[in-house]
Design a protein around this ligand. Structure first.
Ligand code: GDP
Length: 295
Protein backbone atom coordinates (compact mmCIF):
# COMPACT_ATOMS: atom_id res chain seq x y z
CA UNK A 1 0.00 0.00 0.00
CA UNK A 2 0.93 3.66 -0.22
CA UNK A 3 2.73 4.80 2.88
CA UNK A 4 1.29 7.69 4.84
CA UNK A 5 3.68 10.64 5.03
CA UNK A 6 3.81 12.46 8.36
CA UNK A 7 4.23 16.21 7.93
CA UNK A 8 6.27 17.84 10.71
CA UNK A 9 4.55 20.98 12.12
CA UNK A 10 7.18 23.32 10.70
CA UNK A 11 6.32 22.24 7.15
CA UNK A 12 2.67 23.28 7.47
CA UNK A 13 1.40 26.39 5.69
CA UNK A 14 -2.00 28.06 5.83
CA UNK A 15 -4.39 26.77 3.16
CA UNK A 16 -7.79 28.05 1.97
CA UNK A 17 -10.95 26.68 3.60
CA UNK A 18 -13.06 24.16 1.68
CA UNK A 19 -16.77 24.91 1.99
CA UNK A 20 -19.81 22.75 1.22
CA UNK A 21 -23.26 24.27 0.84
CA UNK A 22 -26.02 22.15 2.36
CA UNK A 23 -29.72 22.48 3.03
CA UNK A 24 -33.23 21.61 1.95
CA UNK A 25 -34.18 21.35 -1.72
CA UNK A 26 -35.26 24.67 -3.25
CA UNK A 27 -33.86 26.73 -0.41
CA UNK A 28 -31.36 28.26 -2.82
CA UNK A 29 -28.13 26.26 -2.63
CA UNK A 30 -27.48 26.42 -6.38
CA UNK A 31 -28.51 30.07 -6.58
CA UNK A 32 -26.16 30.96 -3.74
CA UNK A 33 -23.25 29.07 -5.33
CA UNK A 34 -23.89 30.88 -8.61
CA UNK A 35 -24.23 34.28 -6.95
CA UNK A 36 -20.98 33.86 -5.02
CA UNK A 37 -19.19 32.72 -8.15
CA UNK A 38 -20.49 35.66 -10.18
CA UNK A 39 -19.62 38.36 -7.65
CA UNK A 40 -16.06 37.09 -7.68
CA UNK A 41 -15.47 36.94 -11.39
CA UNK A 42 -12.89 39.60 -12.12
CA UNK A 43 -13.37 41.59 -15.30
CA UNK A 44 -10.57 39.89 -17.24
CA UNK A 45 -12.18 36.53 -16.54
CA UNK A 46 -15.68 37.65 -17.44
CA UNK A 47 -15.35 36.40 -21.00
CA UNK A 48 -14.02 33.03 -19.89
CA UNK A 49 -16.15 29.95 -19.89
CA UNK A 50 -16.71 28.56 -16.43
CA UNK A 51 -16.30 24.82 -16.33
CA UNK A 52 -17.99 22.50 -13.94
CA UNK A 53 -15.21 20.59 -12.20
CA UNK A 54 -17.04 19.95 -8.93
CA UNK A 55 -15.50 22.84 -7.04
CA UNK A 56 -14.38 26.41 -7.62
CA UNK A 57 -12.34 29.05 -5.89
CA UNK A 58 -13.18 32.62 -5.12
CA UNK A 59 -10.92 35.33 -3.86
CA UNK A 60 -12.21 37.65 -1.18
CA UNK A 61 -10.08 40.41 0.33
CA UNK A 62 -7.00 38.74 -1.09
CA UNK A 63 -7.82 35.37 0.43
CA UNK A 64 -9.06 32.26 -1.29
CA UNK A 65 -12.09 30.13 -0.48
CA UNK A 66 -12.85 26.82 -2.20
CA UNK A 67 -16.50 25.96 -2.71
CA UNK A 68 -17.66 22.44 -3.51
CA UNK A 69 -20.21 23.04 -6.22
CA UNK A 70 -22.22 19.88 -5.97
CA UNK A 71 -24.71 21.12 -3.43
CA UNK A 72 -26.54 18.90 -1.02
CA UNK A 73 -25.27 16.25 1.28
CA UNK A 74 -25.19 13.31 -1.16
CA UNK A 75 -21.68 14.07 -2.29
CA UNK A 76 -20.67 14.87 1.25
CA UNK A 77 -21.94 11.54 2.63
CA UNK A 78 -20.68 9.51 -0.33
CA UNK A 79 -17.19 10.81 0.33
CA UNK A 80 -17.41 10.32 4.05
CA UNK A 81 -18.57 6.74 3.52
CA UNK A 82 -15.30 6.18 1.70
CA UNK A 83 -13.31 7.72 4.50
CA UNK A 84 -12.59 10.99 2.75
CA UNK A 85 -13.33 14.27 4.40
CA UNK A 86 -12.99 17.32 2.23
CA UNK A 87 -15.15 19.91 3.97
CA UNK A 88 -13.84 22.36 6.54
CA UNK A 89 -16.98 24.47 6.84
CA UNK A 90 -20.63 23.72 6.04
CA UNK A 91 -22.87 26.58 4.95
CA UNK A 92 -26.42 25.61 5.84
CA UNK A 93 -28.90 27.37 3.59
CA UNK A 94 -32.35 27.88 5.09
CA UNK A 95 -35.03 29.75 3.15
CA UNK A 96 -36.36 32.58 5.29
CA UNK A 97 -39.93 31.96 4.12
CA UNK A 98 -39.91 28.18 4.40
CA UNK A 99 -37.90 27.63 7.55
CA UNK A 100 -36.42 24.40 8.86
CA UNK A 101 -37.37 21.40 6.70
CA UNK A 102 -36.41 17.67 6.76
CA UNK A 103 -33.23 18.05 4.71
CA UNK A 104 -32.22 21.03 6.85
CA UNK A 105 -32.21 18.71 9.84
CA UNK A 106 -30.40 15.97 7.90
CA UNK A 107 -27.74 18.47 6.86
CA UNK A 108 -27.25 19.59 10.46
CA UNK A 109 -26.82 15.96 11.53
CA UNK A 110 -24.35 15.19 8.74
CA UNK A 111 -22.22 18.22 9.53
CA UNK A 112 -22.33 17.49 13.25
CA UNK A 113 -21.35 13.84 12.88
CA UNK A 114 -18.48 14.86 10.62
CA UNK A 115 -17.40 17.47 13.15
CA UNK A 116 -17.71 20.24 10.58
CA UNK A 117 -18.71 23.67 11.89
CA UNK A 118 -21.87 25.23 10.46
CA UNK A 119 -22.49 28.78 9.27
CA UNK A 120 -26.17 29.44 8.60
CA UNK A 121 -27.16 31.45 5.52
CA UNK A 122 -30.76 32.56 5.91
CA UNK A 123 -31.66 32.97 2.25
CA UNK A 124 -34.46 34.69 0.31
CA UNK A 125 -34.65 37.63 2.71
CA UNK A 126 -35.83 39.71 -0.28
CA UNK A 127 -39.16 37.92 -0.09
CA UNK A 128 -42.23 39.55 1.37
CA UNK A 129 -42.92 36.44 3.43
CA UNK A 130 -39.37 36.16 4.80
CA UNK A 131 -39.13 35.66 8.53
CA UNK A 132 -35.48 35.29 9.57
CA UNK A 133 -36.23 35.48 13.30
CA UNK A 134 -38.53 32.50 12.96
CA UNK A 135 -35.74 30.52 11.29
CA UNK A 136 -33.36 31.49 14.09
CA UNK A 137 -35.97 30.40 16.61
CA UNK A 138 -36.48 27.04 14.86
CA UNK A 139 -32.73 26.38 14.68
CA UNK A 140 -32.31 26.72 18.45
CA UNK A 141 -34.13 23.37 18.72
CA UNK A 142 -31.21 21.79 16.87
CA UNK A 143 -28.54 23.36 19.00
CA UNK A 144 -27.75 26.18 16.59
CA UNK A 145 -28.02 29.41 18.54
CA UNK A 146 -27.24 32.66 16.79
CA UNK A 147 -24.37 34.81 18.00
CA UNK A 148 -26.94 37.63 18.16
CA UNK A 149 -28.76 35.61 20.78
CA UNK A 150 -25.70 34.72 22.84
CA UNK A 151 -24.92 31.45 21.05
CA UNK A 152 -21.90 30.60 18.93
CA UNK A 153 -23.40 29.97 15.50
CA UNK A 154 -22.81 32.57 12.83
CA UNK A 155 -26.08 33.33 11.00
CA UNK A 156 -26.03 35.58 7.97
CA UNK A 157 -29.17 36.89 6.24
CA UNK A 158 -28.67 36.69 2.47
CA UNK A 159 -30.47 36.93 -0.82
CA UNK A 160 -28.92 34.96 -3.65
CA UNK A 161 -31.25 36.75 -6.07
CA UNK A 162 -30.59 40.30 -4.94
CA UNK A 163 -26.96 39.54 -3.99
CA UNK A 164 -27.49 40.77 -0.46
CA UNK A 165 -25.23 39.61 2.38
CA UNK A 166 -22.73 37.74 0.22
CA UNK A 167 -19.76 39.78 1.43
CA UNK A 168 -20.88 39.22 4.99
CA UNK A 169 -21.05 35.47 4.34
CA UNK A 170 -17.59 35.32 2.74
CA UNK A 171 -16.15 37.49 5.51
CA UNK A 172 -17.53 35.12 8.15
CA UNK A 173 -16.22 32.05 6.33
CA UNK A 174 -12.74 33.59 6.43
CA UNK A 175 -13.07 34.46 10.12
CA UNK A 176 -14.07 30.89 10.95
CA UNK A 177 -11.27 29.50 8.76
CA UNK A 178 -8.77 31.61 10.64
CA UNK A 179 -10.02 30.20 13.95
CA UNK A 180 -9.70 26.68 12.53
CA UNK A 181 -6.08 27.41 11.59
CA UNK A 182 -6.23 25.23 8.46
CA UNK A 183 -2.82 24.08 7.31
CA UNK A 184 -1.11 21.64 4.98
CA UNK A 185 2.40 20.94 3.77
CA UNK A 186 2.64 22.04 0.12
CA UNK A 187 6.17 20.63 -0.30
CA UNK A 188 5.62 16.89 -0.47
CA UNK A 189 4.15 14.40 -2.92
CA UNK A 190 0.54 15.38 -3.49
CA UNK A 191 -2.46 13.74 -1.89
CA UNK A 192 -6.04 14.55 -2.85
CA UNK A 193 -9.62 13.33 -3.12
CA UNK A 194 -11.66 12.69 -6.25
CA UNK A 195 -14.73 14.94 -6.28
CA UNK A 196 -16.13 13.53 -9.50
CA UNK A 197 -14.92 11.60 -12.53
CA UNK A 198 -16.12 10.64 -15.97
CA UNK A 199 -15.05 9.16 -19.26
CA UNK A 200 -14.77 11.89 -21.86
CA UNK A 201 -15.04 10.82 -25.49
CA UNK A 202 -12.13 12.89 -26.70
CA UNK A 203 -9.99 13.18 -23.60
CA UNK A 204 -10.35 9.78 -21.94
CA UNK A 205 -10.77 9.44 -18.17
CA UNK A 206 -11.18 12.85 -16.53
CA UNK A 207 -11.06 13.24 -12.75
CA UNK A 208 -11.75 16.33 -10.68
CA UNK A 209 -9.53 16.25 -7.65
CA UNK A 210 -9.27 18.44 -4.61
CA UNK A 211 -5.64 18.56 -3.53
CA UNK A 212 -5.33 18.22 0.25
CA UNK A 213 -1.59 17.92 0.84
CA UNK A 214 1.49 18.57 -1.24
CA UNK A 215 1.57 19.97 -4.76
CA UNK A 216 0.40 18.06 -7.81
CA UNK A 217 2.32 18.74 -11.02
CA UNK A 218 1.94 17.84 -14.66
CA UNK A 219 4.11 14.80 -15.27
CA UNK A 220 3.58 13.31 -11.78
CA UNK A 221 2.84 9.60 -11.60
CA UNK A 222 -0.35 9.04 -9.66
CA UNK A 223 -2.43 6.27 -8.20
CA UNK A 224 -6.12 7.04 -7.67
CA UNK A 225 -8.12 4.23 -6.08
CA UNK A 226 -7.66 1.34 -8.50
CA UNK A 227 -6.54 3.61 -11.36
CA UNK A 228 -3.11 4.96 -12.19
CA UNK A 229 -1.31 7.05 -14.77
CA UNK A 230 0.81 10.12 -15.40
CA UNK A 231 -0.74 13.58 -15.16
CA UNK A 232 -0.88 14.63 -18.81
CA UNK A 233 -2.64 17.94 -18.27
CA UNK A 234 -4.54 19.85 -15.60
CA UNK A 235 -7.31 22.45 -15.91
CA UNK A 236 -8.83 24.82 -13.40
CA UNK A 237 -12.52 25.74 -13.15
CA UNK A 238 -12.08 28.43 -15.78
CA UNK A 239 -10.91 25.85 -18.25
CA UNK A 240 -7.36 27.18 -18.15
CA UNK A 241 -4.35 24.88 -18.26
CA UNK A 242 -2.40 24.82 -15.01
CA UNK A 243 0.99 23.25 -14.32
CA UNK A 244 0.58 22.69 -10.58
CA UNK A 245 -2.06 22.55 -7.87
CA UNK A 246 -1.48 23.24 -4.17
CA UNK A 247 -3.55 22.30 -1.08
CA UNK A 248 -7.29 23.19 -1.26
CA UNK A 249 -7.08 23.73 -5.03
CA UNK A 250 -9.53 21.82 -7.23
CA UNK A 251 -8.22 20.65 -10.61
CA UNK A 252 -9.38 18.48 -13.44
CA UNK A 253 -6.71 15.96 -14.38
CA UNK A 254 -6.13 13.96 -17.53
CA UNK A 255 -3.94 10.91 -17.98
CA UNK A 256 -5.49 8.12 -15.89
CA UNK A 257 -5.90 4.63 -17.34
CA UNK A 258 -9.48 4.35 -16.06
CA UNK A 259 -12.26 6.32 -14.37
CA UNK A 260 -11.95 6.50 -10.56
CA UNK A 261 -14.83 6.95 -8.13
CA UNK A 262 -15.78 10.02 -6.09
CA UNK A 263 -14.05 9.74 -2.74
CA UNK A 264 -11.04 7.85 -4.10
CA UNK A 265 -7.72 9.09 -2.76
CA UNK A 266 -5.03 10.34 -5.13
CA UNK A 267 -1.37 9.80 -4.27
CA UNK A 268 1.77 10.71 -6.14
CA UNK A 269 4.25 7.85 -6.27
CA UNK A 270 6.64 6.11 -8.67
CA UNK A 271 5.43 4.15 -11.66
CA UNK A 272 6.26 0.70 -10.32
CA UNK A 273 4.41 1.29 -7.04
CA UNK A 274 1.45 2.89 -8.82
CA UNK A 275 1.06 -0.10 -11.10
CA UNK A 276 1.45 -2.81 -8.47
CA UNK A 277 -0.70 -1.13 -5.79
CA UNK A 278 -3.43 -0.41 -8.35
CA UNK A 279 -3.38 -4.04 -9.43
CA UNK A 280 -3.61 -5.31 -5.86
CA UNK A 281 -6.48 -2.96 -5.09
CA UNK A 282 -8.28 -4.05 -8.23
CA UNK A 283 -7.92 -7.73 -7.33
CA UNK A 284 -9.19 -7.04 -3.83
CA UNK A 285 -12.14 -5.08 -5.20
CA UNK A 286 -13.03 -7.84 -7.68
CA UNK A 287 -12.89 -10.58 -5.09
CA UNK A 288 -15.06 -8.60 -2.66
CA UNK A 289 -17.54 -7.95 -5.48
CA UNK A 290 -17.62 -11.69 -6.26
CA UNK A 291 -18.22 -12.26 -2.58
CA UNK A 292 -21.16 -9.86 -2.56
CA UNK A 293 -22.63 -11.38 -5.72
CA UNK A 294 -22.34 -14.91 -4.31
CA UNK A 295 -24.46 -13.96 -1.28
P1 GDP B 1 -31.59 24.40 -4.41
O1 GDP B 1 -32.52 23.29 -4.74
O2 GDP B 1 -31.38 24.52 -2.93
O3 GDP B 1 -30.30 24.37 -5.17
O4 GDP B 1 -32.36 25.77 -4.77
P2 GDP B 1 -32.26 26.69 -6.08
O5 GDP B 1 -31.03 27.51 -6.04
O6 GDP B 1 -32.51 25.86 -7.27
O7 GDP B 1 -33.46 27.69 -5.80
C1 GDP B 1 -34.79 27.24 -5.67
C2 GDP B 1 -35.75 28.33 -6.05
O8 GDP B 1 -35.65 29.43 -5.15
C3 GDP B 1 -35.49 28.88 -7.45
O9 GDP B 1 -36.72 29.16 -8.08
C4 GDP B 1 -34.73 30.17 -7.17
O10 GDP B 1 -34.92 31.11 -8.18
C5 GDP B 1 -35.34 30.62 -5.85
N1 GDP B 1 -34.41 31.42 -5.06
C6 GDP B 1 -33.14 31.10 -4.73
N2 GDP B 1 -32.57 32.09 -4.01
C7 GDP B 1 -33.50 33.06 -3.88
C8 GDP B 1 -33.50 34.34 -3.25
O11 GDP B 1 -32.54 34.82 -2.66
N3 GDP B 1 -34.67 35.06 -3.32
C9 GDP B 1 -35.78 34.58 -3.96
N4 GDP B 1 -36.85 35.36 -3.98
N5 GDP B 1 -35.78 33.40 -4.58
C10 GDP B 1 -34.67 32.63 -4.54
Amino acid sequence: EIEEIIDPPETLKTRPPVVTIMGHVDHGKTSLLDAIRQTNVTSHEAGGITQHIGAYQVRYEGKKITFMDTPGHEAFTAMRARGAQVTDIAVLVVAADDGVMPQTIESINHAKSAGVPIIVAINKIDKESANPEHVMQQLTEYGLISEDWGGDTIMVPVSAHKKIGLDDLLENILVLAEVQDLKANPNRPAQGVVIEAKLDKGRGPVASVLIQKGTLRVGDTIIVGTCFGKVRAMNNERGERVKKAEPSIPVEILGLNDVPEAGDILNVTDEKTARSVAEKRLEKKRSSELHVNAK
